[in-house]
Design a protein around this ligand. Structure first.
Ligand code: SF4
Length: 301
């Protein structure tokens, strides 16, 4: 008996943000001419894409001396950016540097630096709302002088050594609702300073990130089953896949086509394939095509 084949759609809002696309393009351009290119950390948190780039000659290096190439070695700075000290060190080591820091992150670094210079003389504080140890946050911390605090939750505020005037900036990939709550809590802790305009809250979440949630919500509602493709180490993938499942309980997470299971699609008339900001388009296409094959077999039973 022939059953109707389900429709399969790839989420047009899923996949790399412009900053990551730009960094990957830079890497590919460098690799085209042959030889090795070293990237300071993973260019994107997706093992499949990293494998592809490593196959083209990319090497991922850490801060360890033994990993850093000698003078003239080609080094790529990924979209997250680095600290001024790292730029200085690369210059001293005579490395050939390609800077693929996302322009949005660069602007944020400049704003953090400028704000810290302003409040430094008055013993104020720079607060970065973000994940401690995240490479973008490390880059932002490195651009601020004086009292810099990295906080990730309103509960962190009461125990933190904060002084006014105070500037608050968010890591570009933060969740908009959580940042709003955080800003309300910090304003509530310093009502007098806030009324004097000395608690300055900066909206620095990237538009490409904040628009993603409403688009994903619609996509998840519009499909019977959603396959969420993400690298296992991606925090954005973890967060967005959980969000997707909260909208559509038939959300299944995979790292690639090999993890798909035929029974997931039983009775589904529409299947959506989506992913994190670190999921490459080619991988979502491979997953969609594997689903197509699986459901074609199923529909002809
Ligand atoms: S700022 Fe936006 S575009 Fe740039 S790397 Fe971050 S998420 Fe991507």
């Amino acid at each position: 008996m022939h059953k109707l084949k389900p429709t399969i759609e790839i989420d047009p809002s899923a996949g790399f943000c412009s900053g990551v696309k730009r960094a990957i393009k830079s890497a590919e351009n460098l690799l085209k001419s042959g030889g090795e290119v070293s990237c300071l950390g993973e260019i994107v948190h997706n093992e499949n894409e990293m494998e592809r780039l490593k196959g083209l000659g990319m090497r991922v290096i850490g801060p360890d001396d033994s990993e850093i190439p000698g003078p003239g070695g080609r080094v790529l700075i990924r979209a997250h950016g680095v600290t001024p000290e790292t730029y200085k060190e690369m210059e001293e080591r005579l490395l050939s540097v390609t800077d693929a820091t996302c322009p949005v992150v660069l602007r944020l670094q400049q704003n953090v630096r400028k704000a810290s210079e302003e409040v430094f003389a008055r013993q104020g504080t720079i607060v970065i709302f973000g994940k401690q140890g995240h490479p973008e946050v490390i880059g932002l911390q490195g651009n601020a002088k004086g009292n810099v605090r990295v906080l990730s939750h309103p509960d962190d505020i009461s125990g933190a050594a904060l002084t006014t005037p105070l500037h608050v900036f968010a890591q570009t990939t933060s969740n908009a609702a959580s940042y709003k709550k955080f800003c309300e809590a910090i304003t509530a802790r310093f009502p007098d300073a806030a009324s004097r305009g000395e608690v300055m809250l900066h909206q620095t979440i990237c538009g490409q990130v904040s628009k993603r949630e409403p688009a994903l919500e619609k996509f998840a509602r519009d499909h019977d089953v959603v396959i969420f493709v993400t690298g296992s180490g991606s925090s954005n993938g973890k967060y967005l896949s959980e969000y997707c499942r909260s909208v559509n309980a038939r959300t299944l997470v995979v790292t690639g086509p090999g993890q798909l299971e035929k029974q997931w699609f039983a009775g589904a008339a529409s299947i959506g394939v989506t992913g994190a900001t670190s999921t490459p388009a080619w991988l979502m296409e491979e997953v969609a095509s594997a689903i197509e094959t699986m459901t074609s077999e199923a529909s002809c039973t």
